[in-house]
Design a protein around this ligand. Structure first.
Ligand code: MN
Length: 716
């Protein structure tokens, strides 16, 4: 384990102004917080954050990052809270620790490799500060170094797979090559240990055969450059087993053909010396054609700069040579980390440290040359408008910023969207219109009935969700209209003493403008086609009256004009033989207080006592007749009550309305939508009722229906 003072010394070696006390506090805080926890290796858990901090010092990261490394597991794995960290270490560090904690919570849960690209994007998007990502990579690196202590095979290979698919490419993308190489090699050993073993065996065999090849080549190169007066450092190394393996696969070549198993790196002072050294190499040793690449004038998209060439070296062996300056070397090994540390050491103002990180990353991505890299770059910018959320199974769903659980549901599957009734975000019930945040885990609560609400349209933002909701609402509405229309059609048949027969309607379909039966019902249900009109088409010879007229003028219906006192006239107070009308201005219903107005030659007109048209008879009291309904007549006459309603425009509203009317034993004879807005629609409904109490009861029942916003009786 690294000692406390060692860690501080390491940081101070490259950041002389580092806050020593802060580092010491973090060391102690983490050690105390992790207490007696242990790792799979049996080591105290604290050794892990300490090693992570150590890796960060080798990358020469700033003290805030090193402190974050020490604290990175305290919030997730111990009783420590983010609040305590903010209090003890300030807001910058608590923000960094929070970022790392969040990343850790969303480790890829399955081996769905198609998601790897998405997940890499997600991690980048989540890492507002690039240091968060680097701490996470250091964390992963130490976990990979200690992977062999995990006993469960499946767990080990899952972690290795993630490392290969996600973390190693991410490290490469931000230029951390040393970490990328090590992560890859560790993962390779876990995932394909037999391949790695054979590569190693082969290397060993070559080493045995060639003897100490690397030192001899090294000596030869050194001699050549010394003679030329170049001051430089030369290192030689074998390539990593994984990169050899990949090359063998990709280029379909055998081990013996791999010239660049051995690579040499020459680090010089400045760019001029780079080209000078290159010239010496090509002059001294035969150059292998097609292998020279100048990444100093055209850097790789991730910022990598170096000269590459291959020659037949001092030992008559093909070797690869990289030539670069010190700065280029640091950048190649440590990517943006080096970039940043370098600038800081040079004392560039550190006022906007955190932004510089991001800017550096974008700078590098800016250098993207090819269309592919350019796309890569634009994608990164697009992250700003996206949120990445998880299903309970760990699937990653990419959504536009501002998306809601309903958008999420439809993004998973339209069936899930259609049957969605509620949502849990990070395990808590949340309104469906909640805007999702990066990393939210979203669980959709489904009902067995598919019933998306039209009100969702007001807050969904994805096209898929909106289109699906509209389609469903239209479909549902039509179904309602069809069933309502069929009921009206049945009623029309009854009114004409005919048995309901769909084929009669079908036979008249031609005169119904080629509509099919369901269309006819739908039009009938929506009020586009009245029952009156339908009766005219179906029963043209019967001299029709509309259903409503027939029902309203029950008195006339019997014998044209009915004489008072005839059986069945339920009004008392009339002189025998008087003609009777129910005035259409108020459509009095049994149970209402009524008066009659006598008109010479036309009999008695019945009004409700509060009817406005009574005003014109105020001067002629002699024409008024005191009437009342005869409740004892015992005849259940049918009357029509008309109701005006304003109803919320949502799925199921019409069926709620008709169900409420049916509950009160009312029978709908006609229904018309008089106006329709986005939010509400107005309905006129004619209902068969026994008396005013019956109508009042229906109205009261309608007022109980949630989607009904206003109900009143329509007297006209
Ligand atoms: Mn950790």
């Amino acid at each position: 384990m690294i000692r406390q003072y060692e860690l501080v010394e390491r940081v101070k070696s490259y950041e002389p102004g580092a806050d020593e006390k802060l580092l010491n506090r973090a060391y102690v805080f983490s050690m105390k917080a992790h207490g007696s926890q242990t790792r799979a290796s049996g080591d105290p858990f604290f050794s892990h954050p300490l090693e992570v901090a150590g890796i960060l010092t080798s990358l020469k990261l700033d003290s805030a990052s090193v402190v974050t490394g020490l604290l990175h597991d305290t919030v997730e794995d111990t009783l420590a809270t983010l609040g305590e960290i903010e209090e003890g270490f300030g807001s910058e560090i608590s923000r960094l620790v929070d970022g790392v904690t969040k990343l850790s919570q969303f480790e890829l849960q399955s081996d769905k490799s198609r998601q790897a690209e998405n997940f890499r994007k997600f991690l980048l998007a989540m890492s507002e500060d690039i240091r968060v990502l680097i701490v996470k990579l250091a964390d992963r690196l130490h976990n990979m170094r200690t992977l062999n202590y995990i006993s469960k095979d499946s767990k080990r290979s899952k972690i290795a797979m993630e490392t290969m698919d996600i973390y190693a490419p991410l490290a490469g993308r931000i230029g951390l090559h040393s970490i990328k190489d090590e992560l890859e090699d560790l993962a390779f050993g876990e995932l394909n240990s037999s391949a790695r073993t054979s590569v190693l065996k082969r290397l060993e065999f070559l080493r045995a055969e060639e003897g100490s090849l690397v030192p001899r080549v090294l000596a030869g190169l050194n001699q050549t450059l010394k003679v030329a007066g170049i001051n430089c450092q030369i290192t030689g190394r074998e390539k990593s087993p994984y990169s050899i393996w990949v090359k063998m696969q990709r280029k379909n070549i055998t081990f013996e053909q791999l010239s660049d198993i051995i690579a040499f790196r020459i680090v010089v002072e400045n760019l001029e010396e780079c080209y000078h050294t290159l010239g010496i190499m090509h002059k001294q040793y035969p150059m292998v054609p097609g292998r020279f690449k100048d990444y100093t004038s055209t850097p790789k998209p991730n910022g990598y700069r170096s000269l590459h060439t291959a020659v037949i070296g001092p030992e008559r062996q093909r070797i690869e040579i990289q030539i670069r300056t010190k700065t280029m070397h640091e950048e190649a090994e440590y990517g943006v980390a080096a970039h940043w540390a370098f600038k800081q050491v040079k004392g560039l103002g550190d006022g906007s440290k955190k932004y510089r990180w991001m800017r550096d990353l974008l700078d590098i991505l800016d250098k993207a040359a090819g269309p592919e890299e350019f796309l890569e770059h634009t994608k990164l910018e697009m992250f700003q408008d996206q949120v990445f959320c998880f299903s309970p199974k760990g699937d990653l769903i990419e959504l536009p910023q501002g998306a809601t659980p309903v958008d999420f549901a439809y993004a998973v599957h339209s069936d899930i969207g259609d049957s969605c009734v509620g949502s849990k975000i990070n395990g808590r019930m949340a309104p469906l219109k909640t805007q999702l945040q990066n990393g939210d885990q979203v669980e959709i609560i489904k009902s067995r009935i598919r019933a998306p609400s039209p009100t969702w349209e007001r807050f969904v933002i994805t096209g898929k969700a909106r289109a699906s909701i509209r389609r469903f609402v239209r479909f549902k509405e039509r179904e309602e209209f069809i069933s309502l229309g069929e009921a009206i059609a049945r009623k029309t048949f009854r009114e004409h003493d005919a048995n309901f027969d769909e084929s009669i309607i079908a036979n008249h379909v031609s005169s119904l403008k080629g509509l099919d039966l369901k269309d006819v019902f739908a039009k009938l249900g929506s009020g586009e086609l009245t029952s009156h009109k339908l009766a005219e088409i179906l029963f043209p010879t019967r001299g029709l009256e509309s259903i409503r007229n027939r029902a309203l003028s029950f008195v006339r219906k019997r014998s044209g004009e009915v004489k008072a006192g005839d059986q069945g006239v339920p009004i008392r107070g009339l002189t025998q033989g008087m003609a009777l009308h129910i005035a259409e201005c108020c459509n009095a219903l049994p149970g209402e207080r009524i008066v009659g107005i006598v008109t010479t030659g036309r009999g008695v007109t019945v009004h409700t006592i509060d009817c406005e048209s009574l005003a014109e008879f105020g001067e002629t009291p002699e024409r008024w007749l005191d009437l009342s309904w005869d409740n004892t007549s015992g005849i259940n006459k049918v009357h029509i009550g008309r109701i005006d309603m304003v109803v919320v425009n949502e799925t199921g509203a019409l069926s709620d309305v008709t169900a409420a009317i049916a509950r009160s034993q009312g029978n709908i004879t006609n229904l018309k939508i008089s106006s329709r807005e986005q939010d509400f629609f107005e309905l006129i409904v004619d209902v068969e009722v026994q008396d005013i109490r019956h109508l009042s009861e229906i109205i009261a029942n309608l007022r109980l229906v949630q989607c009904v916003s206003r109900v009143k009786r329509n007297r006209h």
